[in-house]
Design a protein around this ligand. Structure first.
Ligand SMILES: Nc1ncnc2c1ncn2[C@@H]1O[C@H](COP(=O)(O)OP(=O)(O)OP(=O)(O)O)[C@@H](O)[C@H]1O
Length: 892
């Protein structure tokens, strides 16, 4: 057929095009306009293989000499080139009812335009070059192939994320089919040419494509100008993948393309990071000018004390993770990887053993879950044999639950490819066995439960590839060493091990010896830099009864705002404090190891959902084994024997040498991601610096602000107030000194905080009344009553909430327990006459060592113009939660 040599139409739109993705976006729109409005158009096929588009008559219309171009004969032969311009031109002039577009001055129009620009600047050029280097280039250049295909995959990941909760790219709600979709359609339709696996890699994009391909106008538009679908049209690729006759050649080319891409990525250790690619290129040029495999990324070695420049920080997409995971991370609202994620993920993806110490709340869970999932997905793309590839061991069932949920969240876009199981629920062996019979890819468990399952042959670790120990130090120190040794004997050779904790110390040497092959140690201290410190630490030295008084005032007068965690020494103490608070109408709930596991998980979930503001946790276990931190302090470590685990796995029989004292239960808070905690209060000091680190690590997480306030009983005041005295506080000052030394090592300090004693005195008799009302009998009854209630509830709690959401309030865990406590209703109110003239702030000021919460001479922010008075602290915000503010006396 002769090539066109000029325009042929007299009216309507004349389209000069070829069967390419850029051509199809216009022919699809013109087909839609024809169907919707009867708008006619004429097509001329411009064979780009013959360079017709370079002819002078053509470049007079489109100086760039590319297809497509349109000529609007109804508007004086006006010519338009470039896809974005053509789509928007046609929409503005010929889509008056906005069937495929949006009103020009609307934000939706702008959104559509943004996505079309993104296609123009990103998807088109990258996929075009990927296509060229894979299909057309005279030689196959692996570097170029992996670069352009990789970049296209990154962009498809973004589109996939965009389409996670919508049907179309632009438009309100789930979106509306528009020119934004048409702009991308042709490219996605041809993605098989560069070996992309749409359903596997980008399921949302695939679903969107199916939606578009169902439209008759789209089907017609994709056959313009030749009258038939292009070779790489997705419908053809799908037929080939199904093995339909006549598609063998296409399938072969597709598979070859995929292999070329995989080899190219392998060769350059592709991890999607422009930085690593630059480094690779530099290495090549610096050495012998030969293309060589990239050595492991040296820049991932931990750098001590030095902050990375912001522009050197890769995004999640650049860490080399599977695009579906990147998408899930985006869905979680994670904007960029944290330090531990930036450092640990590339190492883990390279198959290295990693031993990582990073601060509490710094994102360690994602740092090991993401590479684990990525590696499993990668393997499954070529080998779908089911086996348990990953074992994640955690010290507590709460943590197992949390990690399991994290896996679910991160595999939201590849759920069909990832099957995880947790072994720590209160379920029978039979149920657990059936869970494992499905051969999960990943098992999350406590060591005891894991060994139990291995021992009973329910769990097979013979093909295990990855082992993760979260809170690694605790996993050993809680007496799991026997289980760990047993598990280690069941592991095949070459298992990659990742160990994480905020406090790694001596016991890790043991673990290292058992599990690791020459691990890379990441000691990520640099994020403790004073300038980004968002945690403020205070201590209050006071008498034993004073802490009851101060706590009452803090919460009754709301000197601290936002969710709080209060740590006490033991379970009785937690009920005592709760009942004491109840006397003043302060609601709180207790969290301890005595409560059923489902209840504990529920309490944490409800706290995280903002249902409770105060949790009183008795972190018994970490108290007991507090001295394990002594290793880090250069002091004697407790013997392992003493750190045997208690009843964590209540269903299991006691093991030899293991003690089963109730007070040897593990701490209920370690590693738990309590969200948005404004303050951690050590009502009773922990007995070790390590325990302190983990307790205060429940606040100031994920870059948020928080405070820690610790009550310290000076030696001379210890034992002076018998009713409130508790043995664990005898050495508070020594522990404080230890904590201060340890915190100083990481550039953190604790400041003294003094309350105005004379102003507080007016409240003392109320404190005494309340303390007297909370008798030992009342505590015992409250404890057993709650236990009984929770045991009853925990079975049905979940369903009950689902079926009776409005009755949630009845089941609140911070409900009053003090039925047998003598009720003193007057204590629930604070009469004005008790408050100092200056208001609440006078209670915590004018003392030596007082740390001002407002700058000297600074304005009280509540009195700033335009700001409402009263509560102004936002949880998790940058403001200081321990704020003081005025309570106005009523004018009589
Ligand atoms: N890249 C990120 N961007 C924003 N938030 C993040 C990021 N990574 C993790 N988070 C959030 O930070 C919080 C703390 O993460 P995580 O529980 O993994 O911390 P951790 O280091 O394991 O703490 P701990 O030592 O106390 O166990 C979580 O709420 C998590 O969702």
């Amino acid at each position: 057929m002769a090539e066109p040599s000029g325009l042929i139409a007299k009216s309507g739109i004349e389209l000069l095009t070829f069967g390419t993705p850029n051509g199809h976006k216009i022919s699809v729109l013109l087909e839609e306009l024809k169907e919707a409005y009867g708008k006619e158009y004429t097509v001329q096929s411009v064979n780009i293989m013959k360079n017709t588009q370079k002819q002078p008559w053509y470049t007079a219309l489109n100086p760039n000499g590319r297809i497509p171009t349109i000529i609007d004969h109804d508007r004086g032969g006006f010519a338009v080139f470039e896809g974005l311009a053509i789509l928007t031109y046609l929409a503005r002039h010929y889509d008056p009812e906005h069937k495929f577009s949006f009103p020009v001055d609307s934000d939706d129009y702008s959104v559509a335009e943004q996505w079309i620009s993104w296609q123009h600047g990103g998807v088109g050029p990258m996929q075009g070059q990927a296509n060229h280097f894979l299909m057309a280039a005279p030689e196959k250049i692996p570097y170029a192939i992996q670069r352009y295909v990789g970049e296209t995959e990154r962009l498809y990941g973004i589109l996939n994320a965009r389409l996670a909760d919508r049907d179309y790219v632009a438009g309100p709600g789930r979106g509306k089919y528009s020119i934004a979709d048409m702009s991308l359609l042709g490219w996605v339709n041809n993605s098989g040419a560069i070996g992309l696996d749409l359903p596997g890699q980008f399921p949302n994009v695939k679903a969107w494509l199916d939606r578009l391909l169902a439209r008759p106008a789209v089907q017609r538009g994709l056959t313009v100008p030749g009258g038939q679908l292009g070779k790489w049209s997705y419908a053809n690729v799908e037929r080939a993948l199904k093995g339909e006759p006549g598609t063998e050649e296409l399938l072969k080319t597709y598979e070859e393309g995929k292999k070329l891409v995989a080899d190219a990525k392998e060769k350059y250790g592709y991890n999607g990071s422009p930085k690593s690619i630059t480094a690779t290129m530099k290495r090549k040029l610096d050495s012998n000018d030969e293309p060589t495999a990239a050595p492991p990324e040296t820049e991932n070695k931990p750098s001590q004390g030095e902050k990375q420049p912001a522009d050197a920080e890769p995004s999640f997409a650049e860490l080399g993770l599977d695009p579906r995971l990147v998408q899930a991370v985006a869905k979680q609202g994670f904007e960029k990887p944290t330090l531990v994620q930036r450092k640990a993920i590339p190492l883990a993806l390279q198959g290295q053993d990693v031993l990582c110490k990073a601060k509490t709340g710094s994102g360690k869970t994602a740092a090991y879950v993401l590479p684990l999932l990525s590696a499993i997905l990668k393997r499954k793309s070529t080998d779908s044999t089911p086996f348990t590839a990953g074992l994640i061991l955690v010290p507590t069932r709460e943590l197992a639950d949390q990690v399991f949920k994290a896996i679910e969240q991160f595999s939201a876009f590849c759920a069909k490819d990832i099957h995880a199981a947790k072994l720590t629920e209160n379920v029978s062996d039979a149920v657990q066995r059936s869970l494992l019979a499905n051969v999960p890819d990943i098992v999350v468990s406590t060591p005891a439960r894991a060994w139990h399952s291995v021992n009973s042959s329910a769990l097979t670790l013979s093909k295990l590839q990855y082992l993760v120990l979260d809170e690694a130090d605790l996993v050993l120190s809680y007496g799991y060493d026997e289980d760990m040794e047993n598990i280690s004997r069941s592991l095949p050779k070459g298992v990659q091990t990742i160990m994480m904790s905020a406090t790694l110390s001596a016991e890790l040497d043991t673990l290292k010896g058992i599990f690791c092959r020459n691990p890379t140690l990441l000691d990520l201290k640099e994020e403790f830099g004073a300038e980004d410190e968002k945690l403020t630490q205070f201590y209050v030295k006071c008498g034993e009864d004073d802490k009851w008084l101060i706590s009452y005032l803090i919460f009754k007068l709301q000197l601290i705002k936002g969710p709080c965690l209060i740590f006490v020494a033991d379970i009785d103490r937690s009920y005592r404090l709760k009942l004491y608070f109840e006397q003043f109408g302060i609601r709180s709930c207790v969290l301890n190891s005595e409560l059923p596991i489902n209840t504990r998980i529920k309490i944490i979930e409800e706290f995280n959902r903002g249902i409770y503001d105060i949790i009183i946790a008795s972190d018994e276990k970490s108290e007991l084994f507090g001295d394990e931190a002594a290793g880090a302090e250069g002091e004697k470590k407790e013997s392992k024997k003493e750190s045997k685990k208690g009843g964590e796995e209540g269903a299991e029989k006691p093991k030899k040498k293991r003690k089963h004292r109730k007070d040897e239960e593990y701490g209920v808070s370690r590693g738990i991601d309590f969200k948005n905690v404004a303050a951690v209060i050590n009502f009773d000091m922990p007995t070790s610096a390590k325990s302190y680190t983990h307790r205060i690590g429940r606040t100031a997480r994920a870059g948020r602000a928080g405070i820690a306030l610790s009550f310290v009983i000076p030696k001379e005041l210890y034992g002076k107030h018998r009713p409130t005295s508790i043995k664990s506080c005898e050495n508070d000052e020594k522990v404080l000194a230890k904590i201060m030394r340890q915190q100083a090592k990481i550039n953190r300090k604790l400041e003294p905080y003094n309350f105005n004693k004379s102003q507080m005195e007016a409240f003392r008799y109320r404190m005494n009344d309340a303390l007297r009302a909370v008798t030992k009998v009342a505590i015992r009854e409250a404890r057993t009553r709650e236990l009984r209630q929770e045991l009853l509830r925990s079975e049905t709690l979940k369903r009950y909430f689902e079926e009776n959401p409005t009755e949630l309030a009845h089941l609140r865990h911070d409900g009053e327990l003090g039925r047998t406590t003598r009720q003193l209703p007057h204590l629930k109110h604070v009469p004005d006459y008790l408050l100092p003239k200056e208001g609440k702030k006078a209670l915590a000021s004018q003392q030596v060592g007082f740390v001002p919460f407002k700058k000297e001479g600074g304005k009280d922010r509540r009195h700033r113009k335009g700001k409402p008075k009263g509560r102004s602290f936002k949880v998790g915000g940058k403001k200081d939660p321990l704020k003081t503010f005025k309570v106005r006396r009523k004018v009589k």
